[in-house]
Design a protein around this ligand. Sequence first.
Ligand code: NAI
Ligand code: MG
Length: 355
Amino acid sequence: MKIAILPGDGIGPEVTEQARRVLDVLSLPGLTLFEGDVGGIAYKRHGHPLPQETLDMARAADAVLFGAVGDPECDDLPREHRPEQAILGLRSELGLFANLRPAAGYPGLEDMSSLKPEVARGIDLLVVRELNGDVYFGDKGERDSDGGREGWDAMSYNEAEVRRIAHTGFLAAQKRRKRLTSVDKANVLETSRIWRETVIEVAAEYPDVELDHMYVDNAAMQMVRSPGQFDVILTGNLFGDILSDQASACVGSIGLLASASLGERQTEYGTFGLYEPIHGSAPDIAGQGKANPIAAILSLAMLLRHSLGRETEAGRIERAVSTVVASDVRGADLGGTASTGEIGDAVLRALNALA
Ligand code: NAI
Ligand code: MG
């Protein structure tokens, strides 16, 4: 089993270090770890945010554990050299089209939700976000216009792209509460019209899953009004990005939410994937020991489950995390004073207590 670890920028290395400590404690037999540069740090060292060597390392692995990229010192670089291009490049080069972002409330954490405790308690949803299309990958550019400089980003989805992510969504719903809400903007966008029609077509293969549709503006409103109504939310790249950050605030903190990015490639042990917290490099708190490492640790749990077939260990990590999140060991993002390392310590203690 090979894991490529790409810590990246800002708080990326800080939170990834804690996930790595958890991985070390599990001492899985036959596991080899590789570490590579990605993002701003890679640009500074190798002249490119996603060096060929890093891409090759990721390709050769069974799974990638990713931190975050983004460095204010790189803000003025041309787009192709900006750190964020590294994660977009990995997602497209590795064919990772399905982004799974679970968001569930923790007993004892309702006080930290931006929602009323009784509303927050009901959250248990999974955002299934398409990751290889939409405005992030469409034709884009800048031109002169009568109104000054004009930028454009083309949004597009074809049926094949929608179909494969829809299958991911329905399969996930079958393993959960069998409800799928497809989120689009079909009242105004052509991409969304194709999206909706294709999802309806795929739904015929999953008669046991209840499908409904919501416009994204309504979905954003419903998520803060009564998030408990959602099971699986199936949506495109841009809407999924926004709605999952929103879901994190409903749970309590962006530092708690993990994600898996999966494609079609199977490894000996499961599905090849890239795993990362949903947050970014958080330059405002980088280097201060204030980052919550829970999202990174839960990303490791998802990696063990989906790519390495280690459900037992994944479940143990998740139980240990639940114990810590419900305890008084809280980082600044949850109104506490615990440092990144102290939260990692607490997870390791909870893991040992389970063993
Ligand atoms: P961000 O997610 O890095 O930070 C948003 C806010 O949440 C900040 O106040 C930050 O301090 C806080 N936060 C984030 N993670 C936290 C954690 N683990 N514990 C405690 N607080 C946490 O998003 P932002 O500020 O919009 O972007 C910063 C940089 O990250 C940018 O360069 C952006 O492009 C990049 N980014 C990279 C992503 C990736 O690598 N996949 C995803 C999102 C943003
Ligand atoms: Mg985001």
